[in-house]
Every structure is written in structure tokens, then in C-alpha cells.
Design a binder for this molecule. Sequence first.
Ligand code: NAG
Ligand code: NAG
Ligand code: NAG
Ligand code: NAG
Length: 370
Amino acid sequence: MWIALPLIALSLSAHVSANICPCAREDLCEPIRHQPAFEVFVFDVGGKAWKFYDWTKVTTVAAFGQFDAELMCYAHSKGARLVLKGDVSLSDIVDPVNRTTWIQGNVQLAKSQFMDGINIDIEQAVEAESPQYYALTALVKETTVSFHKEIPGSQVSFDVAWSPKCIDKRCYDYVAIADSCDLLFVMSYDEQSQIWGDCIALANAPFNQTLTAYDQYISMKIDPKKLVMGLPWYGYDYTCLNFSKDGVCSIPKVPFRGAPCSDASGRQIPYRIMMKQINSSMSGRLWDDNQRAPYYNYKDTEGRVHQVWYDDPESIALKAAYVAQHGLKGIGMWNGNLLDYSADPIAQQQTSDMWNALTPSSHRKTAAVS
Ligand SMILES: *[C@@H]1O[C@H](CO)[C@@H](O)[C@H](O)[C@H]1NC(C)=O
Ligand SMILES: *[C@@H]1O[C@H](CO)[C@@H](O)[C@H](O)[C@H]1NC(C)=O
Ligand SMILES: *[C@@H]1O[C@H](CO)[C@@H](O)[C@H](O)[C@H]1NC(C)=O
Ligand SMILES: *[C@@H]1O[C@H](CO)[C@@H](O)[C@H](O)[C@H]1NC(C)=O
């Protein structure tokens, strides 16, 4: 599942609402207007890791941490958008007046911070054709109209589950939502949030399952140019109940939204932490040919076996190839902060390999910006 983040209240303090440009140059406060041919969409959860991102690639940063004026100025200097996080309880916005209030509040917030749009991240369960179902589509549509009108060139994106088939009881009107916004960020991770078969540790984003779901989005007549493939820069660490001699890790049954077993029994773990641990693990890096994903096993201090499933440049490049083959709008990840940006030379190599796995050389940002 999604990492629960503390909600950071973004309040309009006096100096921000006065709309004084905090950048060294006034023009850096202008919203970005050009539309890149290819998106590299990065979630950022705060701090200063963004200083080490590969800005030859980044086109959009979704600010899920506290607003950072320095990041806004820097992103703009690189021609990249910085967008707000939008989340609201769906039962509150069934009422159209409430919906308008929410949208106007976010437009004003984005304007006051010189931001370039909004990423709507609503992961609530919704029943098909319920009042919330229609309200959600209306929310996306009305948000897009308002942002485009009030911030020319701005971008409105919406986060969808890895599959359009009511995953995690998210039965949204995906086609109408895609039509109503600039792009869908497909969260191709947490794909074991509902395990219906054997309750065992599995890949976060298995190759075939991930790409079959894109085929499903596209076969619903969603334009591939509306789809951004979202990849995980984290893995899952499972404590095995039982570790079989052929390496199968059975896990405790933790139900989620109707399924008896889920990845909620595991713990999300950043790529940078796994890379520190893997060489001293029991197994070292292993590769699963069916799921086309790396994993490893280790013993904790109490002697319990853990199995860790993750993505690395090899598994990411396999999925990224689909982006080029099917002409998707772009690629991105949850989240940019999860790599090791220290000066350690091994870490630096691993970090640049992760960034490079996202984009075949034909998709460099510089080629898209005229
Ligand atoms: C409007 O939204 C507020 C929360 O922002 C909520 O408390 C209230 O119940 C909502 N009103 C309606 C009519 O949905
Ligand atoms: C790929 O996944 C789909 C859907 O889960 C399944 O129907 C199909 O058999 C799988 N194909 C392979 C080669 O595993
Ligand atoms: C653990 O797995 C072994 C086979 O690898 C099996 O014989 C044993 O019954 C399993 N134990 C439990 C508690 O499931
Ligand atoms: C782990 O081992 C691999 C393969 O031998 C090596 O490339 C990598 O640098 C090692 N990582 C660390 C952190 O030492």
C-alpha cells in the first residue's frame, strides 16, 4: 500500500499570500508553459535530496513534502514543473459547492507558491456508479478546467492503481477521468495489496502482471499519451513464517479490502537501504524468472528469515521498454528521495544506474525542449 505520510498543513502565511517571488530572478516564478514530448514524473517527499536528482530528465516534480521555494525556483530554472498534492475525502466533495471551494483553494495555493498544477492522489475505495464515483470524475474535470484557466500551461494529473479492474475496491470511471485531466500516473507497485492465492512473499511489481494492466488501460481506449508508468524505488521486506527449502517465504495473513492476504504484512524499504544490506545477506541478489524481479533473503538478529522483493535497473529497464514500445507519455517513480545521494562512489553509481534505467537515450528531455 501507499506509505502513510504525515499530513503537512500548507497554510498561506502572510508573506506567501503577498505573492512575492522568492527566486533570484523574477521570471523563474512564471509557470512552465512548454509541454515536454516525454514526461519524467518524480514524487518528492521533502528534504533536499532533489538537489541530486537527474535534472537532465526530470520534467515534473509532485511536492508531497512541505512547500520548498528553493525547489520551485530550481525546477523552473530547469524547465520542470512543480505541482501540488491534492487529496480530499470523497464524501465531502459530492456536494458541488464544496467541490468548487476545494478546487479554488488549491488554485489559489498553487498561484501563491508559483506552482504549475496539481497531482490528485485519492486512493479511497469507491463503488461503481455511487455518488462518490460521479463526484470524483467531476472533481478531476472541474480541477482541470480551473487550473488550465487560471494557470496557463499548468498540468493536472491523477494517480491510478496498477490495474483498472477495481483493484483495492477503487472502481473509478478511469476512461472519463483520463479524458478529464492531462495525465494518469499509473502506480505500478503495491501489486500484492490483494493476494488471493498462496499467502507468500511476491514481487512488488511483477513484469507480466504490470504490463498486462497497461494493455487493459489501453484496450479501454485510454490514449497511451495520457499514461505515465510509475515504478517503485522501494521494495518489501517480509518476515517469513516459514521458509521452504526451495526458497518460498510464507507470510502472515493480513487482509486488505476483501482479500485474505496482502503486502501489508511486509515493510516498505528504500532502495538505498537494500543496497547496503544485500551483499551481506544470506543469498545475495537472486532473480525470479517468472516475475522478472530481483530479491534476496537475509536472517535478522533473532535468526528469523526475511525475504526482500524490489526493483533495480534490470527489472526497471524491462518495464521501461514497454513505455517506448507503446508510446506512453512518460515514466516516473515513487519516490525520488529513496536513492542514496551520498558521495560514496558505489552509491553514486547505483543511483545513476537507477535514473538511467528510466529512459532509453531517445527519450532525453533535451531532445524534447526546443
Ligand atoms: C463540506 O466539506 C466539509 C469539510 O471540508 C465537510 O465537513 C462538510 O460536511 C461538507 N459538506 C457537504 C454538504 O458535503
Ligand atoms: C500474464 O498475466 C496475465 C494476467 O495476469 C495472465 O492471464 C497471463 O497468463 C500471463 N502470461 C504469462 C506469460 O505469464
Ligand atoms: C514449513 O515448510 C516445510 C517444507 O519446507 C513444511 O514441511 C512445514 O510443514 C512448514 N511448516 C509450517 C508451519 O507451515
Ligand atoms: C555488492 O556487490 C556487487 C557485486 O559484486 C558490487 O558491484 C557492489 O559494489 C557491492 N555493493 C556494495 C555496497 O559494496
